[in-house]
Design a protein around this ligand. Structure first.
Ligand code: CA
Length: 367
């Protein structure tokens, strides 16, 4: 019995030695590869369209950089610059395209002048919510179309966060009818701005940092920005009395990471994977952050700052929706790429609308 036990123990020990041997040789081989790879270090500059460390939008690239630096064990260091630190907020696309910097973080609707279809990858009035949009991008053909659009500029796009449904915005006077939109100067970018123009307003494009003083001085009568979390940080409640919670112009705005394709191609496969995984993680966590913080910030706006919360009348919403449909048809007729991307987007939206009618829409009413 004891002999048998000793025999088994010896066999076990031998086995352990053999295994340990294998492990060791494997480990040193791995170590060799790792130390070779460690010598190859990359430092990337990432420019953004947001003020440095701005809550939500500006923190997405910061989180990305932190995760890439940690996952790559310092082999890829990403340094984040706020708008204007290296290049102005509206020049992020060009800087990445030209290779002045390796990466950018922005919103695709800023590039409408270069790529008419680009706004479809950030926000479409009366379009998809964040969840629907991510489903389209990853499983509905959206990513492939986006890559095709940016490819001629040497840029690889990746989803870079989502703000969730944005608020209608801040108004110095109440909007009780379509009449009240006539001549209204509102900071509102992209396609939504054009919709508002069709409805009689005057859309103005300003970067985040320029809005507050324009609203306070009366250079503009109204502004949209994001939602309570970001809007509270900008202090808009000090410059306008009415806050409209109606969701219409940006029902789930996607942000973007822009990557210089050549810089990406120079990375070894594991670092490329790290960049993609970190971007995806940031895309998800940004939406979660907005969902959590918007509600808390809205309470602060209403209770501490006595903001007057409003909703657009149905008449206004219906008018904006009609103008949106007309505008989308015009854009599709004017640009082949817009038509192609819009077809894919609107087909997916139509199927999601039906699906959600059967599921979440009634659930929200009943829970
Ligand atoms: Ca916005």
């Amino acid at each position: 019995m004891i002999k048998k036990l000793i025999h088994s123990l010896t066999a076990l020990m031998l086995l352990s030695v053999v295994l340990a041997g294998c492990g060791e040789s494997k480990t040193s081989a791995e170590k060799g590869t790792q130390s070779q790879a460690k010598q190859e270090e990359f430092v990337w500059k990432l420019v953004t369209s947001w003020p440095k460390n701005f809550p939500g939008l500006g923190m997405a690239p910061e989180k990305f950089a932190k995760q890439v630096n940690a996952m790559s064990n310092g082999r890829l260091t990403v340094k984040v610059y706020g708008a204007g630190e290296l290049v102005p907020g509206f020049e992020v696309f060009d800087a990445v395209s030209q290779g002045t910097v390796q990466m950018g973080h922005s919103g695709s609707y800023y590039w409408k002048g270069k790529i008419p279809a680009s706004p479809i990858f950030s926000a479409i009035p009366f379009g998809m919510t964040a969840t629907e949009f991510n489903a389209w991008l990853h499983y509905g053909g959206g990513m492939e179309l986006w890559q095709e659009l940016y490819q001629p500029f040497g840029i690889k796009p990746l989803p870079g966060g989502n703000s969730g449904a944005q608020f209608g915005g801040w108004f110095k006077k109440e909007i009780n009818s379509v009449e009240d939109l006539q001549g209204l100067k509102m900071r509102i970018p992209g396609l939504a701005g054009e919709v508002l123009k069709s409805a009689g307003a005057i859309p103005v494009t300003l970067t985040g940092g320029e809005i507050f003083s324009a609203l306070q001085s009366g250079a503009i009568d109204a502004t949209e920005w994001v939602g309570p979390y970001n809007d509270l940080a900008f202090g808009f409640y000090q410059a306008a009395d009415y806050y409209y919670s109606s969701v219409w112009h940006e029902p789930g705005t996607g942000l973007e990471f822009l990557i210089n394709q050549k810089a990406f191609d120079q990375l070894p496969a594991d670092l490329q994977a790290i960049v993609e995984v970190a971007a995806n993680a940031v895309n998800e966590s940004t939406l979660a952050e907005y969902n959590a913080r918007n509600n808390a910030a809205l309470k602060t706006l209403l209770e501490e700052h006595k903001v007057q919360l409003r909703q657009f009348p149905t008449e206004v919403m219906q008018t904006l929706k009609q103008h949106t449909q007309t505008l989308m048809a015009e854009q599709a007729a004017a640009d082949k790429d817009f038509a192609r991307v819009w077809q894919s987007y609107s087909d997916f939206l139509a199927s999601m609308r039906e699906f959600n009618k059967l599921t979440l829409q009634s659930y929200y009413e009943n829970r």
